[in-house]
Design a protein around this ligand. Structure first.
Ligand SMILES: C[S@@+](CC[C@H](N)C(=O)[O-])C[C@H]1O[C@@H](n2cnc3c(N)ncnc32)[C@H](O)[C@@H]1O
Length: 266
């Protein structure tokens, strides 16, 4: 069975959950989470690359697309996202907005010199299909930068944190490991050129507000967080809760930034 045939109807429900969530937080996103994208790092990764046609997948309010616009003067930049409300602000950033979903990109094979996808893979139901789509639209010799939150946890400890992530934001699907993202790139004819890691800390209240969690959801999340037990995996690079004076104070988010190049002649 091919990848696409393995997609369950569940992915459309996942897209709907995200549409609803991002409709709610679209107005505040650009000045909050949007601004916190590490633009300097993204610029460093794409500066050595020659590009004219750029696609920013799940562009949101266009945070990554805006970096590409700055680095590559004159580049034509399309931003695709499932949320029309998020795209309103991407348009203001000079991005050509297209409503669409990662799993079914409405573009020809090899149409772009550079494809970006930041902070979005954890929202999709079938990351393997999503990465295959990202790879498909990169031209041979072209580049892809994927950046996302990663987990260093496994087994039950991983599942407990994932449950909390979904309670806080029903649009959350799954946090991948860095190794899994690398593997997905490689099986889609992409050679990994560089992998960078960043961490950022947010107090629990801010993290809850950024995700659009209401009072009831926040209380539920806090209950689950308080019940978390330390895990053996905590030394591994990955997103984790931070405890201060015996209480969970916030979340340290771990992001992997992976730059890859599509093999030539494929
Ligand atoms: C956390 S935001 C990241 C936005 C932007 N890339 C950034 O780094 O600021 C996630 C974005 O993914 C979009 N999204 C979620 N699932 C999607 C899907 N299946 N297809 C397209 N966009 C999707 C959401 O609408 C949202 O704009």
């Amino acid at each position: 069975m091919g990848l696409r045939e393995q997609m369950t109807e569940g992915y459309r429900e996942q897209v709907s959950r995200n549409r609803l969530r991002f409709k709610t937080i679209a107005r505040t996103y650009a000045d909050g989470q949007g601004r916190r994208l590490d633009g300097e790092l993204l610029a460093e990764l794409i500066r050595p690359v020659r590009f004219e046609f750029v696609l920013d997948v799940a562009t949101g309010t266009g945070a990554a697309a805006a970096v590409a616009a700055k680095v590559g003067a004159g580049a034509k930049i399309i931003g695709v996202d499932s949320s029309a409300e998020m795209l309103v602000q991407a348009r203001a950033a000079g991005v050509l907005p297209v409503v669409g979903i990662v799993e079914e990109l409405p573009f020809a094979d090899g149409a772009f010199d550079l494809v970006l996808c930041t902070r979005a893979l954890h929202h999709v139901r079938h990351p393997a299909v999503a990465v295959a789509e990202l790879a498909r639209v990169v031209r041979p010799g072209g580049h892809l930068v994927v950046a996302d939150n990663v987990t260093g946890l496994s087994g039950a400890a991983h599942e407990r944190v994932e449950t909390i992530q979904r309670l806080r934001d029903p649009g959350h699907s799954s946090t991948l490991t860095e190794d899994r993202i690398v593997e997905l790139l490689q099986i889609n004819s992409l050679d990994v050129l560089e992998c960078r890691r960043t961490t950022s800390y947010r107090p629990l209240a801010q993290w809850l507000a950024d995700g659009g969690a209401g009072a009831q959801e926040s209380a539920e999340v806090r209950r689950h967080v308080a019940a978390l037990e330390p895990s053996d995996d905590e030394g591994v690079f990955g997103t984790n809760f931070v405890t201060e004076a015996g209480e969970v104070a916030g979340l340290r988010q771990a992001m992997s930034w992976i730059k890859a190049q599509k093999r030539n002649g494929l």
